[in-house]
Design a protein around this ligand. Structure first.
Ligand SMILES: [Zn+2]
Ligand SMILES: [Zn+2]
Ligand SMILES: [Zn+2]
Length: 372
């Protein structure tokens, strides 16, 4: 934005200079005509003066138009920057929202935020899921084939096993959610599944992620580890073995950035107790990082626009097959995700209270190992 306002000043300086030069040329030409040494008649002088005045007027008009156009261009750039800023601010960083909420309007949390602040602390022994993959990793069986093979040898009615959900896991496996522990154990213990080449196991849980806010941009990974050990009383062993430095997020190119780290459940507890950590010359806020990305192109979860594979875009406002930015908003909002899952969908897909979004967030929390 600084760049565009500087060039705005450049453009008006430039046009002012041109106008001044043309006025100077006009005066010089008229002086030249009026100089009797040059022997130009009164009639010719009048004609030349008329033409030069017309030329000057046209240059003035052009200069004015150029200034107006450039002004509009600068304004458009400013609002483009504003849109970029608001897009960035709207990325579904629950933690960012949560921290803003704490300072701005406490007590007015969205459901997603309330869920996040409650759910992260709970342990997840109620999760009765198993994953089913072909034992032979080189096979190209898709989830539908696995489902058919499983159905051929495993009958939930005969086994007395209650199943609440069966989902495809990418292009390679199945996730089966059982009603209770006994149902889960019955599937796990089934020998026939093993004999037909299917491996049944508990889903691998993901390690918790934490976010560090306001980390100096120039700090190295080694300096972060060293600071955590020496300035924050962490044990060297746990920092070296139980922490993986993740990705940066937030505004790019500033003096500070935000950083994610992946940690063991034990290390998470220790770090969260500190609330802030000293890194080099800085003191950084540390919090749980629970984020679901929602694609700006298709509104789908767990991927971003860059890696979107949807054949057509889906509007976040009306669920139509067009970019959200081109939506004429003639209809009330319709959430494409909730419509797909047969949930109430009279809201925009970007709504933070969207039930599908909350489910995705809860799913992420369920898949994370928080320990006891
Ligand atoms: Zn997408
Ligand atoms: Zn639309
Ligand atoms: Zn929704």
């Amino acid at each position: 934005m600084e760049g565009s306002s500087t060039s705005g000043a450049d453009v008006s300086d430039y046009t002012r200079l041109i106008v001044e030069e043309v006025s100077y040329n006009e005066q010089e030409l008229i002086k030249y005509c009026l100089n009797s040494d040059n022997k130009i008649g009164k009639k010719e002088t009048a004609t030349i003066t008329t033409f030069i005045k017309q030329i000057v007027k046209r240059v003035h008009d052009l200069a004015l138009k150029l200034n107006l156009t450039h002004g509009a261009y600068v304004e458009a750039n400013k609002s483009r920057d504003k849109i970029c800023d608001s897009l960035e601010a709207n990325t579904l960083t629950i933690l960012d929202l949560l921290s803003k909420n704490e300072t701005n309007h406490q007590g007015n949390k969205s459901y997603a935020q309330t869920l996040k602040s409650k759910a992260v602390k709970k342990t997840l022994h109620s999760d009765n899921s198993v994953v089913v993959y072909p034992t032979d990793k080189t096979t190209t069986k898709n989830p539908e084939v696995i489902k058919q093979e499983m159905k051929a040898v495993f009958n939930p009615v005969a086994e007395g096993v209650k199943i609440t959900a069966v989902r495809n896991l990418g292009e390679k496996g199945l996730l089966i959610r059982a009603a209770g522990k006994e149902d889960l154990n019955a599937i796990m213990a089934n020998k026939t599944l093993k004999s037909i080449g299917l491996t049944v196991s508990r889903p691998m849980k993901r390690l918790p992620r934490l976010a560090l806010f306001g980390v100096p941009s120039e700090i190295t990974e080694d300096e972060i580890r060293e600071s955590l050990i020496k300035l924050n009383n962490m044990e060297e062993r746990e920092i070296m073995d139980q922490m993986k430095i993740g990705f940066k997020f937030g505004r790019k190119g500033g003096l500070t950035m935000n950083l994610t780290i992946e940690v063991s459940p034990e290390l998470r507890n220790k770090l969260l107790n500190l609330k802030k950590v000293y890194l080099g010359w800085s003191c950084c806020r540390i919090e749980d990082f629970v984020r679901i990305s929602r694609c700006y192109r298709c509104c789908g979860f767990n991927h971003v626009q860059k890696s979107c594979k949807a054949p057509t875009p889906t509007c976040a406002h009306c669920a139509g097959s067009h970019d959200t930015s081109t939506c004429e908003k003639k209809h009330p909002p319709t959430c494409t995700n909730c419509k797909k899952f047969h949930l109430a969908h009279d809201h925009a897909a970007s709504d933070l209270n969207c039930p599908s979004y909350i489910n995705a967030l809860q799913g992420l929390i369920n898949r994370t190992e928080y320990g006891n």
